[in-house]
Each structure stands twice: as C-alpha cells, then as structure tokens.
Write a protein that binds this ligand. Structure first.
Ligand code: HEC
Length: 112
C-alpha cells in the first residue's frame, strides 16, 4: 500500500522531471530543426561529450560551434543557419539541451 509520504515523493519526482523537460525542450526542438539532419539523434550526440566541452562549444552564443561549421566545407549546408540570428537565439537553449544529456550529466538518454 502507498503511504501518503510515498505519494508525495512520487508527485515531487514527477514535478521535478517536468521542470527539467521544460528547460531542455526548446533546445531539443532547435536541435531537431537545425542539427538532426546531419548529426542524427540529439541525445546520442549530447552524450558524446562532457558538460565542460559543451560549455566551451556554446560559450559566447555558440561562437566555437559556429566556427567549426563555418570552416568546414562539408558543413556548408549549415552555414546560413550558423550565421543567422536564429542560431544566436537558439544557442542558449541548445546549450541547456546538450549539457543536460552530456556524458557526465548522469541523465541516461531515453530511447527516441
Ligand atoms: C549541414 C550539416 C550539418 C549541420 C546542419 C550541423 N552540423 Fe555539426 N558538423 C557537421 C560537419 C560536416 C562537421 C565536421 C566538421 C569538420 O571537422 O570538418 C560537424 C561538426 C560538429 C561538431 C564537432 C564534432 C567533434 O567531435 O568535435 C559538433 C559538436 C557539432 N557539429 C554539433 C552540431 C550542432 C549542435 C548542430 C546544430 C546547431 C550542428 N552540428 C549542425 C555538419 C553539420
């Protein structure tokens, strides 16, 4: 039988989980729109690096991430996006998403 305490615990766990989802949702959406076509699943890409690496990539509104793509001919199809204001706006959300599922984040990627 579930005690009142257990119910409360379950409820606060659910609440915490949905707050986490809200914070990373925008970043995940941006990823699906602008990165997935080339890099595939976002949680897998996120889990390929540590949080500190993502922070460096996404520092100064994603300057380094943009540089990597702007200097690669293979990534030419992404140049317009990385130069756009949309990327500048997305960068903070992308950072939230990528660090949330980074290798050392402790969040096991769900199947997506
Ligand atoms: C048009 C395809 C394309 C799109 C769109 C794209 N990328 Fe890339 N990305 C590449 C290519 C190609 C490289 C390899 C660049 C090189 O080193 O020559 C790369 C490199 C990277 C790297 C460095 C990989 C490493 O291991 O050092 C990261 C991180 C990355 N991309 C993340 C992203 C994210 C996040 C987005 C969306 C905001 C994105 N990419 C959008 C093609 C793309």
């Amino acid at each position: 039988m579930m005690t009142k305490f257990n119910k409360l615990m379950a409820l606060s766990f659910l609440l915490a989980a949905s707050v986490l989802t809200a914070a990373t949702y925008k970043g995940q959406k941006a990823y699906i729109e602008s990165c997935k076509g080339c890099h595939g699943g976002g949680q897998e890409l996120a889990a390929s690096k540590k949080m500190s690496t993502w922070e460096k990539f996404m520092d100064k509104k994603g300057e380094k991430l943009a540089d990597i793509h702007m200097s690669s001919k293979r990534a030419q199809a992404s140049w317009e996006y990385f130069e756009s204001r949309k990327f500048t706006k997305d960068s903070r959300h992308l950072e939230d998403f990528l660090t949330e599922y980074a290798r050392d984040s402790g969040n096991v990627p769900a199947c997506n």
